[in-house]
Design a binder for this molecule. Structure first.
Ligand code: ADP
Ligand code: MG
Length: 312
């Protein structure tokens, strides 16, 4: 990878929902702002050496908004894609304000930031519209799930409501994002995997779904020509036999092994599978590096000293 002078490499960091709300936490505004510090302190430091794009999940937040509107009949209910837009606003604000403080604390006051409402195009004929797979919202007990009015699925963290999760085809604002990072902005975008839209002629229209943020981030990383893609989550990396006595965390993972483990169902839908698929897609481009790492290890992962690195 060679870069002309003054054009640092592009780093895209995808933040998991747990960057904002940790396991077992209620998810108050203060908790979310506090949790972001450790992640954004690292990103502030990295911004001295990289052009930076930050994407983020929204599972708990969009689920909370759904719950809020289901508890209240006094105002009209908003469709899911409008709730996704709301989470891009609320989380974008929390990331921006925390990152701004961390940049100031490190005397990097000249680094401008921007959060971008982002659309992601999906195919209305995507087979994913037949079966809901994406967990959203709070964690329920088996009993609560059985009584619930929505489709539920047992995940690693408990029972969760699930919705449709079509594949991202393209990020509508990719050119704007590229221009902004080239101008020196740190760009926060594709929140919650982006607002799912379908093309209607030359226009777009929203559709009931939640796009996986890891797959949308891989798409964006490829479309803007990112050099390094870090998927930051609440585990140290990718494991095989996850949760079993013979669980093994992998520091390096060849693309071929990753494909075989995918086939052997080591990575569940809606959590580790899309991360592995996203890392595989991005790292298929020669010279590009993808890492799945712990949120507190982002800098170490960038340096090649933590997380699961995808190799040829
Ligand atoms: P995020 O909000 O970061 O996208 P997810 O819950 O979607 O987080 O995915 C991360 C979770 O995936 C981990 O907390 C872990 O419990 C789970 N997981 C499932 N299978 C594996 C695996 N094979 N290796 C590591 N983690 C796994
Ligand atoms: Mg996830």
């Amino acid at each position: 990878m060679t870069h002309p002078e003054n054009t640092p490499p592009i780093l895209l960091v995808a933040l998991g929902g747990n960057a904002l709300i940790k396991k077992g936490q209620e998810g108050t505004a203060l908790q979310q702002l506090d949790n972001l510090k450790v992640t954004l302190r690292q990103i502030a430091r990295l911004s001295e050496r990289y052009r930076i794009i930050i994407t983020h999940g929204n599972g708990p937040q969009v689920g909370n908004l759904l719950l809020q509107q289901e508890c209240c009949d006094a105002v009209p209910k908003m469709p899911l894609e409008i709730l996704v837009a709301q989470t891009q606003g609320q989380i974008g604000y929390m990331i921006e304000s925390t990152l701004d403080s961390e940049l100031m604390a490190q005397n990097l006051t000249t680094r401008p930031l921007v959060s971008l409402i982002s659309y992601v195009v999906v195919d209305e004929h995507d087979p994913a519209f037949k079966t809901p797979t994406k967990p959203i919202g709070p964690i329920y007990t088996k009993k609560q799930a059985e009584k619930g009015a929505w489709p539920f699925q047992k995940t690693a963290r408990g029972y969760r409501r699930v919705t449709f999760s079509p594949k991202p085809i393209t990020i509508v604002e990719k050119r704007e994002i590229k221009q902004l990072i080239n101008m020196g902005f740190i760009v926060i975008c594709c929140g919650g995997g982006g607002i799912p839209v379908i093309r209607e002629g030359r226009a777009f229209s929203g559709i009931e779904a939640v796009i996986d943020k890891d797959l949308a981030s891989a798409r964006l990383a490829m479309e803007v020509g990112a050099d390094l893609f870090v998927i930051a989550t609440d585990v140290k990396g990718v494991a095989i036999n996850f949760g079993k006595h013979n669980q093994k965390m992998l520091r390096k993972l060849t693309r071929k092994d990753a494909q075989n483990y995918l086939k052997a169902h080591h990575f569940p839908e809606g959590s580790m599978k899309p991360k592995v698929e996203a890392a595989l897609q991005f790292s298929s481009i020669p010279g590009k590096k993808a890492v799945i790492a712990f949120l507190e290890d982002i800098e170490k992962a960038v340096a090649g000293n933590a997380g699961t690195e995808f190799i040829d």
